[in-house]
Ligand binder design. Sequence first.
Ligand code: FAD
Length: 461
Amino acid sequence: MAEFDVDLFVIGGGSGGVRAARIAAGHGARVMVAEEYRMGGTCVIRGCVPKKLFVLGSHVHFEIADAAGFGWTIPSATFDWRTLVANKDKEIARLEGIYTTNVEKSGAHIVKTRAVFEDPHTLRLATGEALTAKHILIATGSAPNHGQMIPGIEHVISSNEVFHLEELPKRIVIQGGGYIALEFACIFAGFGSDVTVIYRGDNILRGFDEDVRLHVRAEMEREGITVLTGCTVSKVDRHGNEFTSHLTNGSSIASDKVMFAIGRHPNVANLGLEKAGVAINPRNGGIAVDNFSRSSVPHIYAIGDVTHRINLTPVAIREGHAFADTVFGKRPVEVDHATIPTAVFSQPEIGTVGLTEAEARAQFSRVDIYKTDFRPIKSTMSGRDTRILMKLVVDGTTDRVVGCHIVGDTAAEIVQAVAIAVKMKATKADFDATFALHPTAAEELVTMRTPTARYIREAAE
Ligand code: FAD
C-alpha cells in the first residue's frame, strides 16, 4: 500500500497548475488536480484569451475607418455585442475542453471541486472526501480587488463579470490605471461606448516608462476616451439601469456600467493554510516561496499568481514546469524572473521588455536613450491621426540594450522577438549591424543612430 493516495495534489487547474500536473505526470508521478470553477483558469476562462478576442473584435473599427483612404466604400457598419460574446464563449469552451483532455492524456486525474488543507498532507474536497498527498502544489491564482468598501460597491463589476454583460454599455466608467482597466477602456471605446477612466495617481500605467505613459494616454484621449487622474470613485448610486459615480474631486458621472480594475489579490483565503503551516509573504500577501517555489513547509510548493511575484501566464507556466522538473524530474530548476517581456493590449498596444529609462538611470552611471515617434505608413493614406513610439534604453558603459519600449499596432509581436536579443545581452552595435527590414515600423529599431538623450552620472567624490 502506498503511504499517500497521490504523489502530487495540485490545487487549481489554471495556467501554472495544469502545466505542473502534466509535467509531473510525465515524470511518472500519480497526480490529482482539483479545479473549483473551470479548467484553464483565469487566463483561458476570464483573462488573457477572452480579453484578446474582445480586443481583436474592437480593433476592427479602425480597419473600417481606415478603409476609405484606400479606396473602399463600406456601408455603415453595425456591431452586435451578443454575437461577439456567444462566439467568444464557444471558443473558451473549446479551449477548456482541450485543457481538460491534455491533463487527462498526461495521466493526471481531475476532480471538479474545491480543495482545502485539512493538515499538511491531507486535502478536504468540497464533496466531503479527504485525500492524502506526498507533495502539494498551491496554484490557486488571484482574484479582483474592489479596494475600499465604498457605498454602492455592490453595483460595481470586475473583469470577472465584464466578459458576460448582456448588453454593450453605451457609457462605462472604469476605475484603474493598470493594464486591465486600459485594455477594457479601449475595447469599449472601439465598440462605440462612451468611456471614462478614473485613476487616483497623476498618470495611468504606473511602473511603465514615462514616455510610454504619456504616449498611450495621448492616443487614448485622441480616440475620445476621457481620462481623469488624481481622483477616485467614492460612491456609486443606482437609479434603475443607470449608475452615478461620485468622485472625490466633487464631480459625478452617469453611466450604464461601472467597472473597477484596481488590482488583484492572491487566492489564499479559506484554504486552510494555517492547518498546513504555510506562511504568507508579509510584503505582498501571497504565499512565501523560495527560488524553487517551495513554501515554508518543505513538501508544499506554490506557483503563479498566488505567490504574487509577477502575475503573468507565461510566468505561472514556467514556474509550474520548473517545480515539476525539480520535484519529480530530478533536475532542480530555478526560474529566472529577469527581463520578462510584457504587453498591454490597449489600442494602440504596448510591448515592453527590460528596464525603463528611470530604472536604467538609477542602475547605470551612463545611459543612452534612442527614441523616435512617427506616423505609421498606413496613416498617410487612411488619414488616421496616430503615432508610433519606439524607444531603446542602452547601458552607455557596456553598450548593452537594457530596455525596449514600443507603442503602436503589433508592438507586442515586435517586442516578443526583440526580447530574445535583450535576453541574450545584445548591444546597440548588434542592433545597428542588423539590416533593416523595409518598409516596416520595426526597422526604426535598427536605424536609430544618434542618441536622443545621454545621461552621465559623475562618481561620488
Ligand atoms: P489561475 O489561472 O488563476 O488558476 C487558478 C485556478 O485555481 C482557478 O481556475 C481557480 O478556479 C482555481 N482555484 C482557486 N482556489 C481553488 C481551490 N481551493 N480548489 C480548487 N480550485 C481552486 N497574463 C498574461 O500573461 N497576458 C495577458 O494578456 C493577461 N491578461 C489578463 C487579463 C485579465 C482580465 C486578467 C484577470 C488576467 C490576465 N493575465 C494575463 C494574468 C493571467 O491570467 C494570470 O497571471 C494567470 O492566469 C495565473 O495563472 P495561475 O495558474 O497562477 O492561476
